[in-house]
Structure formats: C-alpha cells, structure tokens
Design a binder for this molecule. Structure first.
Ligand SMILES: NC(=O)c1ccc[n+]([C@@H]2O[C@H](COP(=O)([O-])OP(=O)(O)OC[C@H]3O[C@@H](n4cnc5c(N)ncnc54)[C@H](OP(=O)(O)O)[C@@H]3O)[C@@H](O)[C@H]2O)c1
Length: 227
C-alpha cells in the first residue's frame, strides 16, 4: 500500500486542520467525505493554501483504501455508522486511528458533557467495529482544530494509545511530521477512556482563556523514545 494518508471526515474541523499541516509537511493526503464533491472541494481549498500540496478528495470508502494508516475524524455520534459503512473498505493490516471524542453537543452556558461508552472509550468501541485484522490506535484528542488550521507555530504533546508500541510508533511518525507536535506513548488502548475526557477539559479551559491551548507532559527524557 502507498504512503498516502486517508482522513475520513477530512472535510470537518479536525480532519481539515490535520490535512493542512500534513500537506505543508509534504505528505500525500486523501480527504474522505460522504460526498465526493465535498471532499474534492476541501482538497482544492488545501491546494490553494499550500503550494505544491499533494491532496485529493474522495468518497470515504474509496479514501479508506488508499493508505495503510486511516484517520477517523467524525463526530462521535457518526462513528458507528461511518465504521459500518467502511466494513468493505478497511482491510487486514491497516491501522484505524480514532480521533473521536464521546461528547454531547455543547449547550450554551453549560459545561461540555462526556458520554458513557459501554466498551469504555470511543477507541475501544471502534476496535469492536472494525473488520478482523484492523488495529485501532487512539490519538489527537487534545489538539484544537483551530490551532491546526491557523498559522501560529504549534508547541504541544499528543497522547497516543494502543496495544502495540510498533503500531503507535508508525502513527507517532505522522504526528511528529507536523512541526511542533511531540507524540507521547500514553499506554494501552483502554487508556483512551482517560485521554478522551481531556477534550472537554481543554474546551473548558480554552473558553475561559479564549485560547487554543493543548497539553504538555513534563519531565520525559529527551530524544527518540519510539525506536
Ligand atoms: N474540533 C476539534 O478541535 C477537535 C479536537 C480533538 C478531537 N476532536 C474530535 O474529532 C472528531 C471530529 O471533530 P470535528 O470538529 O472535525 O467534527 P465536524 O467538523 O463536526 O465533522 C467532521 C466531519 O464528519 C462528517 N460527519 C458529520 N456528521 C456526520 C454524520 N452524521 N455521519 C457521517 N459523517 C458525518 C462530516 O463530513 P462529510 O459531511 O463531508 O461526510 C464532517 O465534515 C470529533 O469526534 C471530535 O470530538 C475534535
């Protein structure tokens, strides 16, 4: 399989921001959407923003077949339906990187609410739904889409959860292709239940400070800790 990076739901805030940063880093991106014309429109917009961008827009199912590491950036309420629709597209050996957060839509003046997931986390639910042989990795819950879409330098950590370090390392390489992001190994997939709750926490902080802050884990040893 190629080294293209499919982003399912890449027309949305998080997926578009990631696509933009990866396009700047020279990665080849495939934006997925339920509507191919919407995907093509988002791809065109990135091509207009990043000179020489290698980006294409396709329907989700086609996009998912384009690369070995597929990112899922849809609202949690659409996660199950989207994964059901991808059952014939995802194949053994692929990594599915779940970025969804089990959160209820914000109600003005109220704290953002997390939703209980029977399996423990959105990531574990995704692992139950993907075809046999597809491995779920969970990440990108603490980076703000607005920060990704802007031009300001990034300076934050991205927690990565999953069963095998070797799989997480492959995703970490993509994360660290984005300047200013450091990938931190947060543990097994079940740890995603903790990490997913950081999103509403950051939304609350960012609302108060009118910022797009992320997180930083301090005191880790320097150097590459993924090899
Ligand atoms: N926004 C952030 O800063 C941020 C940060 C960390 C994590 N997250 C998480 O990342 C995920 C995506 O967030 P987002 O803000 O990018 O979401 P979004 O903009 O609301 O939606 C992303 C894309 O998902 C697709 N989608 C929407 N409703 C759908 C449905 N009912 N069925 C299938 N596809 C649907 C749409 O693509 P098409 O209509 O083109 O198919 C949409 O462009 C969420 O789970 C969110 O909690 C977001």
């Amino acid at each position: 399989m190629s080294d293209q990076v499919p982003i399912i739901g890449g027309t949305g805030a998080l997926g578009y921001g990631l696509a933009l940063r990866w396009a700047r880093a020279g990665r080849t991106i495939v934006i997925g959407s339920r509507k191919p014309e919407r995907a093509a429109g988002a791809a065109q917009k990135i091509a207009g923003e990043v000179s020489g961008a290698q980006v294409e827009g396709l329907e989700n199912g086609e996009a998912a077949q384009r690369g070995p590491i597929v990112f899922l950036t849809v609202p949690f309420r659409a996660q199950s339906e989207t994964l059901n629709n991808l059952r014939e597209s995802l194949a053994e050996g692929q990594l599915l990187v779940d970025c969804t957060v089990p959160m209820a839509a914000a109600v003005s003046g109220k704290a953002t609410r997390t939703l209980g997931v029977w399996q423990g986390s959105a990531a574990q639910q995704a692992q139950e739904m993907v075809p046999e042989g597809v491995t779920v990795i969970s990440t990108f819950h603490t980076v703000s889409a607005s920060a990704l879409a802007g031009n300001d330098p990034l300076d934050q950590d991205i927690l990565v959860c999953g069963e095998r370090k070797a799989d997480k390392a492959r995703v970490a390489k993509l994360i660290e292709d984005i300047e200013g992001l450091r990938a931190v190994n947060a543990g097994a997939l079940e740890t995603a239940r903790l990490v997913e709750t950081l999103t509403p926490l950051l939304i609350s902080v960012n609302a108060r400070y009118k910022a797009h802050a992320g997180i930083r884990i301090t005191g880790l040893p320097d150097g590459d800790h993924w090899s």
